[in-house]
Design a protein around this ligand. Structure first.
Ligand SMILES: Cc1ncc(COP(=O)(O)O)c(C=O)c1O
Length: 403
């Protein structure tokens, strides 16, 4: 058995026993822990699902974090206000009093959904699941419109404002750039949306991926507090490459922040996150470099996908690409075969409102990992295309349990 790990053609096809039934049990994706049986089979899994910064934090930060871990575990963390100050320094936000820190930005999303968003919400789809499923679960009326293939998944501010007004929704969430489409609006466009929708109760601009959109990201982080009804939400896990830590925040005017703070558990952010934020707060230069490398990885990924005529590639402004598979190839089969035969974990968007199993979000990774992915895709696409072209072969493969 040949297990050359750098070449999918040489790697054994029987090395993986990932449980693909896990996909049906969640509207997100199975966790890395569940797929690897609590990290006991990590080596075989290559993650192209979670868009994360591969070049941060620097090794010396991780060394210091390990050194001091005992303290972070033993003692209570500081207040949310202290933590917000480190976030402000790291993220270049002028007024720390406009920041509230969360146990991951998902915590803040839940607070916004349950405390601020009442009656109805407009979210262009597809979007991040917590902005769709949680409000629906809370009985909030969801209004939505579709990002279109024919418009390259781009949504213009004019169209957005018109659709929101027409829907009568009281609240709006827009991810900028959007997950999973990768489309973006400029800072001026977002500000014009805010100017035109002052009658709404809340407008939330989720900028979780904005640091990977350009060298100078079009963030409204230092403008948002000027609006009475606007929020910026940001996940930090993606930016600093550590999702497991749970780090995120929201920015709004001081009145909104004070209102939200009253509901927050006092120590909602854990001591390890607090320590990490302290260690990275002056690492802006290293962080900037890591962002640029990540952006370059996304460009390379997009270019390499051009070798696969089975996919349509949409323009991206983030650290992932959004692609559509030819309709006559089964997207779920491709996802499962990539996992089982090559250990490549890719995000099929079949469980997202406004998407289908033909769409994939592929996370940018260093070139070597992208090379592996493309080689593995070529192998599986050749098999699946052959299956489509030759129904008898398809039947035989099903009988042999290969599909
Ligand atoms: C657009 C968007 N916002 C927020 C989040 C939540 O991130 P976290 O809770 O890890 O900060 C995600 C996660 O994928 C996301 O895609």
């Amino acid at each position: 058995m040949n297990n050359d790990a750098s070449n999918p053609a040489m790697a054994s096809t029987s090395i993986n026993s990932f449980d693909t039934s896990l996909f049906a049990k969640t509207t997100h994706n199975p966790s890395y822990a569940s797929l690897t049986k609590q990290f006991s089979e990590v080596n075989n899994l290559r993650d192209y699902c979670i868009p994360v910064n591969s070049y941060f934090p620097p090794a010396q930060v991780m060394e210091k974090l390990h050194e001091k871990m005992g303290y972070a575990l033993k003692y209570y963390p500081g207040s949310n206000e202290n933590i917000a100050e480190n976030i402000a320094t790291f993220s270049g936000i002028e007024n720390p009093a406009t920041i509230i820190a969360g146990n991951g930005s998902t915590e803040i999303i839940s607070w916004l959904n349950s405390l601020f968003i009442k009656e109805s919400l407009f979210v262009p789809a597809p979007s991040f699941g917590r902005w769709i499923e949680e409000p629906q679960g809370l009985g909030i009326e969801l209004h939505t419109s579709r990002y279109q293939d024919s418009l390259n998944q781009y949504l213009s501010p004019e169209q957005l404002v018109a659709e929101v007004k027409q829907s009568g929704a009281r609240n709006l969430v827009i991810c900028n750039p959007n997950n999973p489409t990768g489309s973006i609006m400029s800072r001026a466009q977002i500000l014009s949306v805010l100017d035109q929708l002052t009658e709404l109760d809340n407008i939330i601009i989720d900028e979780s991926f904005i640091d990977f959109s350009a060298e100078n990201p079009p963030s409204i982080k230092n403008d948002v507090a000027d609006f009475p009804n606007a929020w910026v939400l940001k996940s930090l896990g993606k930016n600093v490459g550590l999702h497991g830590l749970r780090m995120g925040f929201a920015i709004s005017n001081e009145t909104n922040i004070a209102k939200l703070r009253k509901h927050l558990p006092y120590w909602n952010v854990n001591g390890i996150t607090e320590m990490l934020l302290h260690l990275i707060k002056d690492e802006q230069a290293t962080y900037h470099e890591s962002r640029l490398k990540t952006i370059a990885d996304a460009v390379y990924l997009s270019e390499r996908f051009e070798e696969l005529p089975e996919f349509t590639i949409f323009p991206t402004h983030s650290n992932f690409i959004f692609v559509k598979l030819r309709n006559d190839i089964n997207g779920t089969q491709l996802r499962d075969r990539m996992l089982q035969n090559h250990g490549c974990f890719i995000r099929n968007c079949g469980n997202k409102l406004g998407s289908s199993e033909q769409y994939f979000r592929i996370a940018a990774r260093p070139a070597e990992d992208v090379n592996y992915l493309i080689a593995a895709l070529k192998i599986e696409l050749a098999v699946l295309t052959k299956i489509e072209d030759e129904p008898m072969l398809h039947a035989n493969l099903i009988n042999n349990g290969a599909v």
